[in-house]
Design a protein around this ligand. Structure first.
Ligand code: HEC
Ligand code: HEC
Length: 362
């Protein structure tokens, strides 16, 4: 009797161990993170791309009418000559005000699931209205800008032809979004490599790729075709000390906290990132994982532009991120591993230059 039950126990134990191993290997397969070549970007069904719409979107992207005082277009802060950034630590702003974050590149933004460092917009169509009405960016009134665009005969005709409708702010945003979806990395060595051309990367870049996916653990968050998990992490990047006591910067940060209904907005001393919006503990000081495609061209880095070079970024990760963070651990990379990682980021992830000629504005 005793023997029989112990056999049963033994057998069921075996069964469970087996089951565990199977479950684990399925899970491991599913969560195995890897880099992928860029597919065609997803295009929302309610905003199909046509050459005419893209051309209209490009004009609006460069049109300074979108700002309250007529000085600023989207291209002012997302300049095609600067890889669609403004190359500043803290982005440019509406005159007399101060921005409080770094302007990300728009190259490959078609692949992003959330927009902004704190992910407060979910589509490019939704996103475009934010900078237009933001008092520290374009400071324009949405009803007013509609009339400013409508009054231009060429624009009015284009909207009729493309949308079968008269000008309105939603259609303005749709056209701009269609243009943004054309800004895609072309022929980057990483894509050629992943599609099978083993000569697309130098030996040092291949070593860097090994560090990226192995000892460096970069792949934990920067994976897939977009090299981002489209999630938010609190790496505790230090506050940029240059702006700590700048009145206009403080005003903007308070304003952002306030419109997000953050109760103690008057006393915020730091950029709390996604927490301003969600008030979820896990979002405290969390920012979106940015894409690393074209990263060689998009310095300075991080949500507040605190790092001037990729060396500084790599050192930050190597020492395990910012004070008190729980997302990262020290990596102990050798000098050669750091160098190879940098070579990978620069060489593998840079596509051909995207040349956009500023259009004639009607
Ligand atoms: C005055 C500078 C400025 C202007 C003008 C500006 N932006 Fe931006 N843009 C920024 C900054 C700064 C951010 C990041 C802000 C944040 O995350 O809180 C940003 C973020 C974005 C993002 C999100 C990118 C990502 O990866 O999450 C998109 C898309 C974008 N801008 C498009 C536009 C469009 C379209 C216009 C014109 C309608 C425009 N921007 C005008 C500075 C500017
Ligand atoms: C735990 C997730 C995570 C890991 C692991 C990680 N990153 Fe990041 N990375 C992020 C987030 C989040 C940001 C933005 C942080 C911020 O601005 O506060 C970022 C920012 C960056 C930037 C700046 C990009 C820009 O446009 O400003 C670079 C470069 C970068 N990471 C490279 C790396 C490298 C190289 C590794 C491996 C050594 C790595 N990352 C590991 C999440 C991660």
């Amino acid at each position: 009797m005793l023997r029989k039950s112990s056999t049963i126990v033994f057998l069921s134990l075996l069964f469970f161990i087996n089951l565990l191993i199977t479950i684990e290997s399925i899970a491991a397969d599913k969560t195995k993170k890897k880099l992928e070549p860029l597919p065609l970007p997803p295009i929302p069904k309610n905003n199909p791309m046509t050459p005419e719409k893209i051309e209209l979107g490009k004009k609006l992207f460069f049109d300074r009418r979108l700002s309250g005082d007529g000085t600023t277009s989207c291209a002012s802060c997302h300049d095609p000559e600067k890889a669609f950034t403004d190359a500043s630590e803290i982005s440019l702003s509406y005159p007399t005000t101060r921005n409080f974050r770094n302007a990300p590149t728009l190259i490959n933004v078609a692949y992003a699931k959330y927009l902004f460092w704190d992910g407060r917009a979910k589509s490019l169509e939704e996103q475009a209205e934010f900078p237009i009405m933001s008092p520290f960016e374009m400071n324009q009134n949405l009803d007013f800008v509609e009339e400013e665009i409508r009054v231009v005969p060429e624009y009015r005709e284009s909207f009729k032809k493309i949308f079968g409708k008269d000008v309105n702010i939603k259609l303005i945003a749709q056209a701009i979004a269609a243009f943004e979806r054309t800004l895609i990395s072309k022929n980057a060595p990483i894509d050629r490599y992943l599609r099978g051309d083993k000569n697309a990367l130098s030996d040092e870049a291949k070593k860097g790729l090994e560090v990226f996916t192995g000892k460096g653990k970069c792949i934990e968050c920067h994976y897939g075709a977009y090299l981002s998990d489209n999630k938010f992490h609190a790496l505790h990047v230090p506050e940029n000390p240059k702006y700590a006591n700048e009145t206009k910067f403080i005003v903007t940060r308070r304003y952002v906290a306030k419109i997000n209904k953050y109760p103690d907005y008057v006393n915020v001393r730091e950029d709390l990132g996604r927490y301003f919006k969600t008030r979820e503990k896990r979002d405290y000081k969390a920012f979106k994982t940015p894409t690393l495609r074209e990263v060689a061209k998009t310095a300075p880095y991080m949500h507040n532009g605190i790092f001037k070079s990729l060396d500084e970024v790599i050192d930050f990760f190597n020492k395990g991120g910012g004070e008190g963070n729980k997302a990262l651990k020290p990596l102990n990379l050798t000098d050669y591993e750091k160098k190879a990682l940098k070579t990978f980021l620069i060489e593998a992830l840079s596509g051909e230059e995207i040349k956009i000629k500023p259009p004639d504005i009607p």
